[in-house]
Design a protein around this ligand. Structure first.
Ligand SMILES: Cc1ncc(COP(=O)(O)O)c(C=O)c1O
Length: 391
């Protein structure tokens, strides 16, 4: 057993998350740990909350980072809003829609699924049919940016449909927040959660969540206690709530919260609209370069996520060997396909700090090299030039 200090290699992270973390964020994390009830820390929490509200485009007072990864934010949304016997319509077009369904069942709810093919967005017409067939439904849940497939769904339309049928909405914004528009208040989303390690480019392990007024009302009107003590928002708010004395709930991950704060400050400095534009521009550059190499994107154009590019593995190419080559020779990480798409796609992330011209160029050059190593040469110079035209 090696008991010496661990020194991770310097990688370029272009998978489905984590994305590259800015040195500013890492430095913020190395600041002195103070107590989670220190008056300085309590004041800092309000600043962090305001930055989160700004990123989510909401004024919801119940907005905070859950001390846990995106999955914890997901679980927080479901355990608080689903009561035993509730019918919940879950749109499922990838791995994370299925995870939502499991959360419904584990919360004692009855899940009705609206299925779409992996790589396609949620079909609003199918959701509308399910809503009409299930007037007893109380909630609709869907993934805005399906990281497992690279497809983006039309959140505003889906939220509107759900509301017209008196359902509240849970939105998974893990991969969307910071990369594409997320407008919690304008869309009327009732509950949403995200993750720190995607387009926010923070260290993994935190999940920003926000609950709107209708969701809060529903939580207050529950006839059964929230099954999870840790994720019960009514208890967590004793710590994260404002205008009241903060009391101990759990020991907050102080230094990770410094990191999230710094990541949100960086986003604020850039301007979130500029961040969306940047993600879009680099996606177009990557797509042009990939095409020049002879690689195809797996998602049809209107639904493509700029921050998560699903690329078809060409026939005769060993997809694992390509990823291994990128890691060994370029210290570059891209993602593999998951579930039904395992072995069929690569997932190239251009998220947050990993969405720069350098990342686009590096990835194209490295991919051309990896493919050439498998006897499939391509014109890397042409790919770089095609990308450059879009930058
Ligand atoms: C859309 C989506 N939802 C939920 C999650 C779960 O987040 P985490 O891995 O941080 O628990 C992920 C992670 O990739 C995701 O992409």
């Amino acid at each position: 057993m090696d008991m010496t200090p661990f020194h991770p290699p310097q990688r370029t992270l272009m998978g489905p998350g984590p994305s590259d973390v800015s040195p500013r964020v890492l430095a913020a994390m190395a600041q002195p740990t103070i107590g989670h009830l220190d008056p300085e820390f309590v004041a800092f929490m309000d600043r962090l909350k305001a930055l989160l509200q700004s990123a989510f485009r909401t004024t919801n007072p119940l907005t905070m980072p859950v001390s846990g990864p995106g999955t914890a934010g997901m679980e927080a949304a479901f355990v608080n809003l689903v009561e035993p016997g509730d019918t919940v319509i879950v749109c499922r077009n990838g791995v994370f829609g299925e995870r939502m369904r499991e959360n419904v069942v584990r919360s004692g709810g009855i899940a009705v699924t609206v299925d779409d093919r992996w790589g396609e967005p949620v079909d609003a017409a199918k959701l509308e049919r399910a809503l009409a067939e299930h007037p007893e439904a109380k909630l609709v849940a869907f993934v805005h940016a399906e990281t497992s497939t690279g497809a983006c769904s039309d959140a505003a339309t889906l939220v509107d449909l759900a509301h017209r049928h008196d359902c509240l909405v849970i939105l998974d914004a893990v991969t969307s927040l910071g990369g594409i528009p997320v407008a919690i208040d304008a869309w009327g989303v009732d509950a949403a959660y995200s993750g720190s390690q995607k387009c926010l480019s923070c260290v993994p392990g935190l999940s920003p969540v926000t609950f709107g007024p209708r969701a809060v009302e529903r939580i207050k009107a529950r006839s059964t206690p929230v099954q999870s003590w840790f994720l019960d928002t009514t208890l967590v708010m004793g710590y994260w709530g404002s205008g009241q004395k903060r009391s101990y709930h759990h020991t907050a991950p102080i230094n990770a919260l410094y990191a999230l704060h710094e990541a949100l400050v960086i986003l604020h400095e850039e301007g979130i609209e500029n961040a969306w534009t940047r993600h879009h521009r680099h996606h177009l550059a990557l797509a042009a370069g990939l095409e020049a190499i002879g690689l195809q994107l797996a998602v049809a154009e209107p639904a493509r996520l700029p921050q998560l590019n699903a690329v078809r593995v060409p026939d005769g190419i060993d997809e694992t060997a390509v990823r291994r080559h990128l890691l060994q020779h370029w210290s570059l990480e891209i993602g593999a396909g998951m579930g039904d798409l395992a072995g069929k796609i690569w997932r190239i992330g251009l998220m947050g700090a990993s969405s720069t011209p350098r990342h686009v160029m590096l990835c194209l050059a490295a991919l051309a090299d990896a493919l050439a190593a498998q006897g499939r040469p391509s014109d890397a110079t042409a790919a770089l030039e095609a990308a450059r035209q879009k930058l």
